[in-house]
Design a protein around this ligand. Structure first.
Ligand code: 3PG
Length: 378
């Protein structure tokens, strides 16, 4: 439940000179063959690091990494050198001695928090240990703030907690969806209708147009009585027939299916039992682009197709169309961002969120555990 109180931000702190700051960042970036392949989250963290450096703080960065190849943040520390000198500290036991010799404006980066047992279990002893390393805590990891982990919800119980610049920017921009300018187009793609249905229901009451694409649409096609072949759908039962009576709801009017011979564009009621719906069709994308041009605000999370497996055309064509539609455009979600970064059009959107799951949770609840923790901080 969101409390009305607001949280304090970095800009509320009067003196930072020589102050030890525990800075929680989201350093969960894609890594391939030992190299960071997309450093968007790192770049978006730089204004807070630079702000703290200018003010003379001693910065102790903490973060997590989920990666099949290697779970050490060492690679991230190496990559960060290109922007800011960072000293990597592998062992938490050495932090205090290194911190003592750290000059003002210096930066340390600690090893992956999730390699310590207490992080994900939100262990209070671990949270107190983290808190004891610094004078204040700054959360600039909005995109992890849906997790009730020690470094997100418990550290600010023990030392004063503040929001970083990116955190503030995320809250401000994503909150536009709650008091939107109209016409407002809300677009949801990807999979897992089970977790996204509350968003569809909520934004049917707030937006003027709600477009449901990606694998999410397959449940709706099924509810219309159409064959969806071997396409991905959510097993949970929903009363979609009732939802589909809402005239604000838009589904793809054509789809791209994988057939034995390749790809085919067809209407949703023409899909055969052995086919797989994997992308939005051309008509669907152009209708969506028209809705974008009619709108003053567009919020988009989730790809329109299985872009990782060569069904990227719908998402890419729509991303290009949206990037110059004239509306305020707010986009997020790891897969959506991957497409935008591949096309190199990041700068053409009004706001590109660093968050995936946290964006969805925030849009439903209008708060996050990490936000509430900052509001309650000592
Ligand atoms: C993300 O990548 O969305 C955040 O870093 C959170 O990661 P998680 O889903 O592993 O908690």
């Amino acid at each position: 439940m969101a409390s009305k109180k607001s949280f304090k931000t970095l800009r509320d702190i009067l003196h930072l000179d020589g102050v030890k700051v525990l800075l929680r960042l989201d350093l969960n970036v894609p890594i391939q063959k030992g190299k960071v392949v997309d450093d968007f989250r790192i770049r978006k963290s730089l204004p807070t690091i630079e702000y703290l450096q200018k003010a003379g703080a001693k910065i102790l960065i903490i973060g997590h990494l989920e990666n099949k190849e290697d779970r050490s943040l060492k690679v991230v520390a190496e990559h960060m050198q290109k922007y800011v000198p960072v000293q990597f500290v592998e062992n938490y036991r050495n932090v205090l001695s290194v911190l003592d010799t750290l000059p003002p404006s210096g930066c340390l980066l600690l090893e992956n928090l999730r390699l310590s047992e207490g992080e994900e279990s939100n262990d209070q002893k671990f949270a107190r240990e983290l808190a004891s390393l610094a004078d204040i805590y700054v959360n600039d990891a909005f995109s992890v703030s849906h997790r009730e982990h020690a470094s997100i919800v418990s550290v600010p119980k023990y030392i004063p907690g503040y929001a970083g610049l990116l955190f503030e920017e995320e809250v401000k921009n994503l909150s536009e969806a709650f008091v939107p300018e109209h016409p407002f187009l809300f677009i949801l793609g990807g999979a897992k209708l089970d977790s996204k249905m509350p968003l569809v229901e909520k934004f049917l009451t707030r937006a003027d147009f709600v477009f449901v694409g990606g694998a999410l649409a397959n449940n709706f096609f099924k509810a219309q009585g159409h064959e969806i072949g071997v396409s991905l759908f959510s097993k949970q039962e929903f009363n979609l027939v009732e939802v589909m009576k809402n005239t604000k709801l838009y589904l793809p009017e054509d789809v791209v299916v994988k057939t034995a011979g390749g790809k085919e564009n067809k209407k949703p009621d023409q899909v055969k039992p052995d086919e797989n719906i994997l992308d939005a069709g051309e008509k669907a994308v152009s209708t969506l682009a028209v809705l974008g041009r009619k709108s003053k605000l567009v919020v988009w999370n989730g790809p329109l197709g299985d872009y990782e497996n060569n069904f990227e055309k719908g998402t890419e064509d729509f991303a290009r169309a949206l990037s110059d539609c004239g509306a305020k455009t707010i986009v997020g979600g790891g897969d959506t961002l991957a497409v935008i970064h591949k096309l190199g059009i990041e700068d053409k959107f009004s706001f590109v969120s660093t968050a995936g799951g946290a964006m969805l949770d925030f849009l439903v609840q209008e708060t996050l555990p990490g936000i509430e923790a900052l509001k309650k901080s000592i």
